[in-house]
Design a binder for this molecule. Structure first.
Ligand code: SAM
Ligand code: SF4
Length: 460
């Protein structure tokens, strides 16, 4: 019998270079786009200068995103002019800037062949073929998450021991500062069967740790295939049944979607790591209300308390915005006080950035840049102090580390602690992909060092 593939003419090899800005979801999307391009003959390259297709996956969350894009496009224009085959090189712009400014990109940058919004990636191969045949530059802005996930294969390439898996996209929360509901569209949860199939494919290729992704991942409510809706806690429970998967994480969560079932999951699922990214943005109720967060500082602190009761070794990370319109010194101090009360293991803090089209952008009480800078420095100093204290508290402890790859020095491996800290230890290469109990002996600015004590399932 002749297989279908033997009838197809061989596809000439081509190379794609993908530059990714922004969050983990963009990293996941870039991997999926790279996989979707493989049937067209594309393999990945780290060098734009040798690529047949350059794809820029953009982020629109804070300003300067479009400036970065246009300076990248300027460099690509020069590269095309210098290369003998420059007129053959295709340029595609994807991600949230593409969604927000698609027509403008095609108008301002005539070298761009394709602009594709985050919910239309499944159309990439088709649009590239059409462009190759001479069709003019296209802007694909559709919001079709359902057909996107149905079309993209669940048979994934594994890029290491740890992988991202998008389970939910979009947002209905409309925080007053944020572009996500406009660039990623309404909340959509993938059906559980699709996620489990993708997770099984990753596990069969050696993935040991999965991070479930979503703009509001804990709002997950996917079809369970039997007419009911599965919440994130139940999805996590099903994922623990997949052989090989040792660790599960999820990000990013909204405080208002922190259901009791999920808090309980932290108490009784060993595979669920004791580390949670739970952004609060501000410690001032006045600012939280102006941000349209629909929770108070007290609500957040109560959730943290319940989580810590369920899982006493749980460490927290968060997102903070300083200088939101109308923020006074007293509001900012309320943020510092919330940070002191919670004690974060790590955090991301940002100056408020005015995003066109969002309600806060038109507020008349914008904060001066130098005040934002000064507040950010004070907040960062406190958060950095907490991060170092948390890291130092691990000295002398022994806990499981999942080894991911060789370290910088011969004979050394680097892995992750349950709290996502980088850990270096002397260990043989065969331990990549294994869990080992490591006793922590030292702490550096961004990592821990330790000694392997025992290895998963046996001796060293
Ligand atoms: N859905 C998540 C939540 O509700 O916390 C956050 C997703 S958002 C992609 C990541 C972070 O970017 C936010 O938590 C917020 O701190 C920050 N961010 C979003 N819009 C911003 C803006 N206009 N200025 C500064 N930071 C912003
Ligand atoms: Fe943006 Fe998160 Fe608020 Fe949604 S919940 S609007 S993604 S900050």
């Amino acid at each position: 019998m002749t297989s279908d593939s033997t009838l197809r003419p061989p596809v000439p090899p081509k190379r794609v270079h993908i530059k990714t800005y922004g969050c983990q979801m963009n990293v996941y999307d870039s991997e999926r786009m790279s996989e979707a391009l493989a049937p067209l003959g594309y393999t990945s390259t780290d060098l734009a200068a040798e690529a047949d297709l350059v794809l820029i996956n953009t982020c629109h969350i804070r300003e300067k995103a479009s400036e970065k894009l246009y300076s990248d496009l300027g460099r690509l224009r020069d590269m095309k002019a210098e290369r003998a085959d420059g007129d053959q090189v295709m340029i595609a712009v994807a991600g949230c800037v593409a969604q927000a400014e698609g027509d403008e990109i095609i108008r301002r940058a005539p070298d761009v062949d394709l602009v594709i919004g985050p919910q239309a990636y499944h159309r990439l191969p088709e649009l590239i073929s059409r462009r190759t045949k001479g069709e003019k530059a296209a802007f694909a802005p559709q919001f079709e998450p359902e057909s996107k996930f149905q079309t993209l294969s669940t048979s994934r390439d594994a890029h290491g021991v740890s992988a991202f898996l998008t389970v939910q996209e979009g947002c209905d929360k409309f925080c007053a500062f944020c572009v996500v509901p406009y660039t990623r569209g309404a909340e959509y949860s993938r059906p559980a069967a699709q996620i489990l199939e993708e997770a099984r494919a990753l596990a069969s290729k050696g993935v040991r740790e999965l991070t479930l992704l979503g703009q509001n991942v804990n709002a997950y409510g996917g079809d369970d295939g039997a007419g009911a809706t599965l919440d994130l806690a139940s999805l996590v429970r099903r994922l623990t049944q997949i052989p090989g998967l040792a660790r599960l994480r999820y990000t990013t969560s909204h405080p208002n979607d922190m259901a009791e079932s999920l808090i309980e999951a932290h108490a009784d699922i060993d595979e669920l790591m004791p580390y949670l990214h739970l952004p609060v943005q501000s410690g001032s109720d006045r600012i939280l209300a102006a941000m349209n967060r629909k929770h108070t500082a007290e609500d957040y602190l109560k959730i943290v308390e319940r989580l810590r009761r369920a899982r006493p070794d749980l460490a927290l990370s968060g997102d903070f915005i300083v200088g939101f319109p109308g923020e006074t010194e007293a509001d900012f101090e309320a943020t510092l006080s919330l940070v002191r009360e919670v004690g974060y293991a790590s955090a991301f803090s940002f100056k408020y950035s005015r995003r066109p089209g969002t309600p806060a952008a038109s507020s008349t009480v914008q904060i001066d840049e130098d005040i934002k800078t000064e507040r950010l420095a004070r907040l960062n100093a406190l958060l950095e102090d907490q991060r170092q204290t948390f890291n130092r508290s691990k000295i002398g402890e022994t806990f499981p580390v999942l080894f991911e790859k060789p370290g910088r020095h011969e004979g050394q491996l680097i892995g992750r602690s349950p709290w996502l800290q980088a850990v270096w230890a002397e260990a043989p290469l065969r331990l990549v992909g294994e869990l080992a109990n490591v006793r922590i002996t030292g702490v550096g600015p961004n990592s821990l060092t330790g000694t392997v004590v025992t290895v998963e399932g046996g001796a060293l």
